[in-house]
Write a protein that binds this ligand. Structure first.
Ligand code: ATP
Length: 315
Protein backbone atom coordinates (compact mmCIF):
# COMPACT_ATOMS: atom_id res chain seq x y z
CA UNK A 1 0.00 0.00 0.00
CA UNK A 2 1.39 3.37 -0.94
CA UNK A 3 1.38 6.36 1.39
CA UNK A 4 2.12 10.03 0.81
CA UNK A 5 2.76 12.50 3.65
CA UNK A 6 2.25 16.15 2.87
CA UNK A 7 3.01 19.37 4.67
CA UNK A 8 0.07 21.77 4.38
CA UNK A 9 0.96 25.33 5.48
CA UNK A 10 -1.51 27.99 6.66
CA UNK A 11 -1.83 31.38 4.97
CA UNK A 12 -2.24 34.91 6.19
CA UNK A 13 -3.56 37.87 4.21
CA UNK A 14 -1.14 40.78 4.07
CA UNK A 15 -3.77 42.68 2.10
CA UNK A 16 -7.48 42.02 1.63
CA UNK A 17 -9.72 44.38 -0.29
CA UNK A 18 -13.31 43.64 -1.28
CA UNK A 19 -13.95 45.31 -4.63
CA UNK A 20 -17.51 44.35 -5.46
CA UNK A 21 -20.07 41.68 -6.22
CA UNK A 22 -19.78 38.98 -8.85
CA UNK A 23 -22.61 37.49 -10.91
CA UNK A 24 -21.85 34.09 -9.30
CA UNK A 25 -22.72 35.48 -5.85
CA UNK A 26 -19.11 35.63 -4.63
CA UNK A 27 -17.13 38.79 -4.06
CA UNK A 28 -14.59 40.31 -6.40
CA UNK A 29 -11.37 40.42 -4.36
CA UNK A 30 -7.86 41.83 -4.43
CA UNK A 31 -5.60 40.12 -1.90
CA UNK A 32 -1.97 39.52 -1.12
CA UNK A 33 -1.64 36.02 0.31
CA UNK A 34 1.32 34.70 2.26
CA UNK A 35 2.17 31.16 3.39
CA UNK A 36 3.46 30.74 6.93
CA UNK A 37 5.29 27.92 8.68
CA UNK A 38 2.39 26.76 10.87
CA UNK A 39 1.23 23.65 8.99
CA UNK A 40 -1.01 20.58 9.14
CA UNK A 41 0.34 17.19 8.16
CA UNK A 42 -1.87 15.27 5.78
CA UNK A 43 -1.35 11.63 4.96
CA UNK A 44 -3.04 9.80 2.11
CA UNK A 45 -2.79 6.03 2.17
CA UNK A 46 -4.31 3.58 -0.31
CA UNK A 47 -6.90 1.53 1.61
CA UNK A 48 -7.76 -1.18 -0.92
CA UNK A 49 -11.46 -0.21 -0.98
CA UNK A 50 -13.52 2.07 -3.22
CA UNK A 51 -14.13 4.55 -0.42
CA UNK A 52 -12.48 7.60 1.10
CA UNK A 53 -12.19 7.84 4.84
CA UNK A 54 -11.05 10.85 6.91
CA UNK A 55 -9.53 10.85 10.38
CA UNK A 56 -8.50 13.98 12.24
CA UNK A 57 -7.11 14.61 15.72
CA UNK A 58 -9.12 17.87 16.12
CA UNK A 59 -12.66 17.51 17.53
CA UNK A 60 -14.07 20.48 15.54
CA UNK A 61 -13.11 19.09 12.15
CA UNK A 62 -15.87 17.05 10.49
CA UNK A 63 -14.76 13.64 9.26
CA UNK A 64 -17.78 13.06 7.03
CA UNK A 65 -18.41 14.03 3.41
CA UNK A 66 -18.37 17.73 4.35
CA UNK A 67 -14.63 17.65 5.07
CA UNK A 68 -12.90 19.66 2.36
CA UNK A 69 -10.15 17.04 2.08
CA UNK A 70 -12.79 14.35 1.49
CA UNK A 71 -14.47 16.56 -1.10
CA UNK A 72 -11.15 17.05 -2.89
CA UNK A 73 -10.64 13.27 -3.11
CA UNK A 74 -14.19 12.75 -4.38
CA UNK A 75 -13.78 15.45 -7.00
CA UNK A 76 -10.56 13.91 -8.29
CA UNK A 77 -12.18 10.46 -8.39
CA UNK A 78 -15.05 11.89 -10.48
CA UNK A 79 -12.67 13.68 -12.82
CA UNK A 80 -10.32 10.70 -13.19
CA UNK A 81 -12.60 7.63 -12.99
CA UNK A 82 -10.07 5.28 -14.61
CA UNK A 83 -7.34 6.09 -12.10
CA UNK A 84 -9.85 5.75 -9.25
CA UNK A 85 -11.01 2.37 -10.59
CA UNK A 86 -7.39 1.22 -10.82
CA UNK A 87 -5.97 2.57 -7.54
CA UNK A 88 -9.09 2.70 -5.35
CA UNK A 89 -9.88 4.75 -2.26
CA UNK A 90 -7.63 6.24 0.40
CA UNK A 91 -7.53 6.90 4.11
CA UNK A 92 -6.87 10.61 4.70
CA UNK A 93 -5.32 11.39 8.07
CA UNK A 94 -5.16 15.04 9.10
CA UNK A 95 -2.80 15.97 11.90
CA UNK A 96 -4.22 19.42 12.73
CA UNK A 97 -1.92 22.19 13.87
CA UNK A 98 -3.69 25.08 12.11
CA UNK A 99 -6.54 26.39 14.28
CA UNK A 100 -10.02 25.75 12.87
CA UNK A 101 -12.28 28.55 11.60
CA UNK A 102 -9.41 30.94 12.09
CA UNK A 103 -9.00 32.78 8.77
CA UNK A 104 -5.84 30.76 8.08
CA UNK A 105 -7.30 28.52 5.31
CA UNK A 106 -6.89 25.33 7.34
CA UNK A 107 -9.60 23.40 5.48
CA UNK A 108 -8.49 24.72 2.09
CA UNK A 109 -4.89 23.64 2.57
CA UNK A 110 -6.01 20.14 3.61
CA UNK A 111 -7.93 19.89 0.33
CA UNK A 112 -4.91 21.24 -1.55
CA UNK A 113 -2.72 18.54 0.04
CA UNK A 114 -5.12 15.77 -0.98
CA UNK A 115 -5.14 17.01 -4.60
CA UNK A 116 -1.33 17.06 -4.68
CA UNK A 117 -1.04 13.67 -2.94
CA UNK A 118 -3.60 11.85 -5.08
CA UNK A 119 -2.13 13.29 -8.28
CA UNK A 120 1.12 11.55 -7.33
CA UNK A 121 -0.42 8.36 -5.98
CA UNK A 122 -2.63 7.86 -9.03
CA UNK A 123 0.13 8.87 -11.48
CA UNK A 124 -2.15 11.52 -12.99
CA UNK A 125 0.64 13.88 -14.03
CA UNK A 126 -1.61 16.94 -13.70
CA UNK A 127 0.12 20.32 -13.93
CA UNK A 128 0.00 22.72 -11.02
CA UNK A 129 -2.48 24.92 -12.85
CA UNK A 130 -4.70 21.91 -13.63
CA UNK A 131 -4.71 21.02 -9.93
CA UNK A 132 -5.47 24.65 -9.09
CA UNK A 133 -8.38 24.70 -11.53
CA UNK A 134 -9.86 21.65 -9.82
CA UNK A 135 -9.21 23.16 -6.38
CA UNK A 136 -11.00 26.39 -7.35
CA UNK A 137 -14.21 24.39 -7.81
CA UNK A 138 -14.16 23.56 -4.10
CA UNK A 139 -12.90 26.79 -2.58
CA UNK A 140 -11.37 30.10 -3.61
CA UNK A 141 -8.30 29.76 -1.37
CA UNK A 142 -7.34 26.26 -2.56
CA UNK A 143 -5.41 27.34 -5.69
CA UNK A 144 -3.17 29.57 -3.56
CA UNK A 145 -2.72 26.82 -0.97
CA UNK A 146 -1.34 24.52 -3.68
CA UNK A 147 1.40 26.91 -4.89
CA UNK A 148 1.79 29.03 -1.74
CA UNK A 149 4.58 31.51 -1.13
CA UNK A 150 3.57 35.12 -1.79
CA UNK A 151 0.96 35.95 -4.43
CA UNK A 152 -1.69 38.42 -5.51
CA UNK A 153 -5.10 36.79 -5.65
CA UNK A 154 -7.95 38.40 -7.60
CA UNK A 155 -11.34 37.28 -8.92
CA UNK A 156 -12.85 35.15 -6.14
CA UNK A 157 -9.29 34.73 -4.91
CA UNK A 158 -8.49 31.95 -7.36
CA UNK A 159 -6.66 34.05 -9.99
CA UNK A 160 -3.05 34.11 -8.89
CA UNK A 161 0.02 36.09 -9.83
CA UNK A 162 3.19 35.12 -7.95
CA UNK A 163 5.16 37.82 -6.14
CA UNK A 164 8.81 37.84 -5.06
CA UNK A 165 9.34 35.70 -1.98
CA UNK A 166 9.33 37.35 1.44
CA UNK A 167 12.26 36.09 3.49
CA UNK A 168 13.13 36.34 7.17
CA UNK A 169 9.86 38.00 8.14
CA UNK A 170 8.61 36.55 11.41
CA UNK A 171 5.01 36.21 12.46
CA UNK A 172 3.18 35.92 15.77
CA UNK A 173 -0.30 34.39 15.40
CA UNK A 174 -2.86 34.91 18.16
CA UNK A 175 -6.26 33.24 18.36
CA UNK A 176 -8.77 32.50 21.10
CA UNK A 177 -9.43 28.76 20.89
CA UNK A 178 -13.13 29.18 21.63
CA UNK A 179 -13.74 31.91 19.03
CA UNK A 180 -14.30 31.24 15.36
CA UNK A 181 -15.76 33.33 12.57
CA UNK A 182 -17.84 31.96 9.72
CA UNK A 183 -16.34 33.22 6.48
CA UNK A 184 -19.81 33.29 4.87
CA UNK A 185 -21.19 35.39 7.74
CA UNK A 186 -18.32 37.89 7.48
CA UNK A 187 -18.81 38.45 3.73
CA UNK A 188 -22.61 38.60 3.93
CA UNK A 189 -22.45 41.14 6.74
CA UNK A 190 -19.84 43.16 4.84
CA UNK A 191 -22.15 43.28 1.82
CA UNK A 192 -25.07 44.45 3.98
CA UNK A 193 -23.03 47.24 5.54
CA UNK A 194 -20.74 48.33 2.72
CA UNK A 195 -22.35 46.96 -0.46
CA UNK A 196 -23.42 50.43 -1.57
CA UNK A 197 -19.79 51.36 -2.09
CA UNK A 198 -19.05 48.35 -4.32
CA UNK A 199 -17.51 49.01 -7.72
CA UNK A 200 -20.08 48.07 -10.35
CA UNK A 201 -18.47 49.10 -13.64
CA UNK A 202 -16.21 46.56 -15.31
CA UNK A 203 -13.67 49.24 -16.36
CA UNK A 204 -13.31 50.55 -12.84
CA UNK A 205 -12.93 47.00 -11.50
CA UNK A 206 -10.10 46.40 -13.98
CA UNK A 207 -8.48 49.68 -12.96
CA UNK A 208 -8.70 48.86 -9.28
CA UNK A 209 -7.21 45.39 -9.84
CA UNK A 210 -4.40 46.93 -11.87
CA UNK A 211 -3.83 49.50 -9.13
CA UNK A 212 -3.29 46.70 -6.61
CA UNK A 213 -0.99 44.82 -9.02
CA UNK A 214 1.20 47.90 -9.45
CA UNK A 215 0.49 49.34 -6.01
CA UNK A 216 2.61 50.16 -2.97
CA UNK A 217 2.28 46.72 -1.27
CA UNK A 218 3.65 44.96 -4.34
CA UNK A 219 6.53 47.49 -4.57
CA UNK A 220 7.30 47.00 -0.88
CA UNK A 221 7.47 43.23 -1.41
CA UNK A 222 9.66 43.63 -4.51
CA UNK A 223 11.98 45.90 -2.50
CA UNK A 224 12.05 43.39 0.40
CA UNK A 225 11.10 46.33 2.60
CA UNK A 226 9.55 44.74 5.71
CA UNK A 227 8.70 48.06 7.36
CA UNK A 228 6.76 49.20 4.30
CA UNK A 229 5.01 45.84 3.98
CA UNK A 230 3.95 46.12 7.62
CA UNK A 231 2.78 49.72 7.22
CA UNK A 232 0.60 48.70 4.25
CA UNK A 233 -1.19 45.75 5.90
CA UNK A 234 -4.92 46.02 5.22
CA UNK A 235 -8.04 43.94 5.71
CA UNK A 236 -11.53 45.26 4.86
CA UNK A 237 -13.14 42.50 6.95
CA UNK A 238 -11.75 44.02 10.15
CA UNK A 239 -14.57 46.58 9.83
CA UNK A 240 -17.06 43.74 10.35
CA UNK A 241 -15.28 41.33 12.64
CA UNK A 242 -13.60 43.64 15.17
CA UNK A 243 -16.79 45.43 16.30
CA UNK A 244 -18.51 42.02 16.55
CA UNK A 245 -15.67 40.38 18.51
CA UNK A 246 -14.46 42.83 21.18
CA UNK A 247 -11.88 40.34 22.48
CA UNK A 248 -10.24 40.27 19.05
CA UNK A 249 -10.25 44.07 18.86
CA UNK A 250 -8.69 44.18 22.33
CA UNK A 251 -6.02 41.70 21.28
CA UNK A 252 -5.17 43.75 18.21
CA UNK A 253 -4.95 46.95 20.26
CA UNK A 254 -2.68 45.27 22.81
CA UNK A 255 -0.36 44.02 20.06
CA UNK A 256 -0.28 47.44 18.39
CA UNK A 257 0.71 49.04 21.69
CA UNK A 258 3.78 46.75 21.73
CA UNK A 259 4.86 48.43 18.47
CA UNK A 260 5.83 45.47 16.32
CA UNK A 261 6.36 46.07 12.58
CA UNK A 262 2.61 45.75 11.99
CA UNK A 263 -0.57 44.03 13.17
CA UNK A 264 -3.61 42.81 11.22
CA UNK A 265 -6.44 40.29 11.32
CA UNK A 266 -6.07 37.44 8.79
CA UNK A 267 -8.88 36.70 6.33
CA UNK A 268 -12.26 36.64 8.06
CA UNK A 269 -10.52 36.20 11.41
CA UNK A 270 -10.50 35.87 14.26
CA UNK A 271 -6.73 35.21 14.12
CA UNK A 272 -4.65 38.36 14.55
CA UNK A 273 -1.04 38.39 13.41
CA UNK A 274 1.93 40.64 14.18
CA UNK A 275 5.05 40.94 12.03
CA UNK A 276 8.57 41.11 13.45
CA UNK A 277 12.06 41.42 11.94
CA UNK A 278 13.58 38.59 13.99
CA UNK A 279 12.44 35.38 15.63
CA UNK A 280 13.59 36.81 18.98
CA UNK A 281 11.37 39.87 18.54
CA UNK A 282 8.42 37.64 17.69
CA UNK A 283 9.11 35.50 20.78
CA UNK A 284 9.36 38.61 22.97
CA UNK A 285 5.98 39.76 21.63
CA UNK A 286 4.57 36.34 22.43
CA UNK A 287 5.88 36.50 26.02
CA UNK A 288 4.58 40.05 26.57
CA UNK A 289 1.18 39.17 25.16
CA UNK A 290 1.03 36.05 27.32
CA UNK A 291 1.81 38.10 30.44
CA UNK A 292 -0.94 40.58 29.53
CA UNK A 293 -3.45 37.83 28.61
CA UNK A 294 -2.82 34.79 30.85
CA UNK A 295 -6.17 33.34 29.64
CA UNK A 296 -5.36 29.74 28.55
CA UNK A 297 -8.05 30.09 25.86
CA UNK A 298 -5.67 32.38 23.97
CA UNK A 299 -3.33 30.38 21.75
CA UNK A 300 -0.11 31.87 20.36
CA UNK A 301 2.30 30.64 17.72
CA UNK A 302 5.60 32.07 16.52
CA UNK A 303 6.22 31.27 12.89
CA UNK A 304 7.57 32.91 9.74
CA UNK A 305 6.74 33.64 6.12
CA UNK A 306 7.39 30.68 3.83
CA UNK A 307 8.01 30.53 0.11
CA UNK A 308 6.05 27.36 -0.63
CA UNK A 309 2.61 25.83 -0.44
CA UNK A 310 1.86 22.11 -0.11
CA UNK A 311 5.02 20.00 0.00
CA UNK A 312 5.50 16.25 -0.20
CA UNK A 313 7.40 15.18 2.92
CA UNK A 314 7.63 11.43 2.43
CA UNK A 315 6.32 8.68 0.26
P1 ATP B 1 -10.65 30.35 5.31
O1 ATP B 1 -9.48 31.16 5.82
O2 ATP B 1 -10.34 29.57 4.04
O3 ATP B 1 -11.93 31.09 5.27
P2 ATP B 1 -10.83 29.25 7.92
O4 ATP B 1 -9.39 29.12 8.33
O5 ATP B 1 -11.56 30.44 8.42
O6 ATP B 1 -10.88 29.16 6.35
P3 ATP B 1 -11.27 26.46 8.32
O7 ATP B 1 -10.29 26.11 9.39
O8 ATP B 1 -10.93 26.06 6.94
O9 ATP B 1 -11.62 28.01 8.38
O10 ATP B 1 -12.64 25.81 8.77
C1 ATP B 1 -13.91 26.34 8.48
C2 ATP B 1 -14.94 25.24 8.68
O11 ATP B 1 -14.77 24.28 7.63
C3 ATP B 1 -14.77 24.48 9.96
O12 ATP B 1 -15.59 24.99 10.97
C4 ATP B 1 -15.13 23.04 9.62
O13 ATP B 1 -16.46 22.74 10.00
C5 ATP B 1 -15.09 22.97 8.10
N1 ATP B 1 -14.06 22.05 7.57
C6 ATP B 1 -14.25 21.19 6.56
N2 ATP B 1 -13.12 20.53 6.28
C7 ATP B 1 -12.18 20.96 7.13
C8 ATP B 1 -10.81 20.64 7.31
N3 ATP B 1 -10.18 19.70 6.58
N4 ATP B 1 -10.12 21.31 8.27
C9 ATP B 1 -10.76 22.27 9.00
N5 ATP B 1 -12.05 22.59 8.87
C10 ATP B 1 -12.78 21.95 7.95
Amino acid sequence: MRTYSLLAPAKINLYLEILGDRPDGFHEMAMVMQSVGLADRVQVRANGTDRFQVACNHPDVPIDASNLAYRAATLLAQECPEAFARFGGVDITIDKHIPVGAGLAGGSVNAAAVLVGLDLMWNLGLTQSELQELGARLGSDIPFCISGGTAIATGRGEQLAPLPRIEHLHVLLAKYRSLSVSTAWAYTTYRKQFGEGYIRERDRLDQRRQAVHSGPMVSAIAQHNHQKIAALLHNDLEKIVLPHQPKVAELKAALLAMEPLGVMMSGSGPTVFALAETAEQAQTLQQRLRRQFPDPDLELWVTECMSHGVQVMAQ
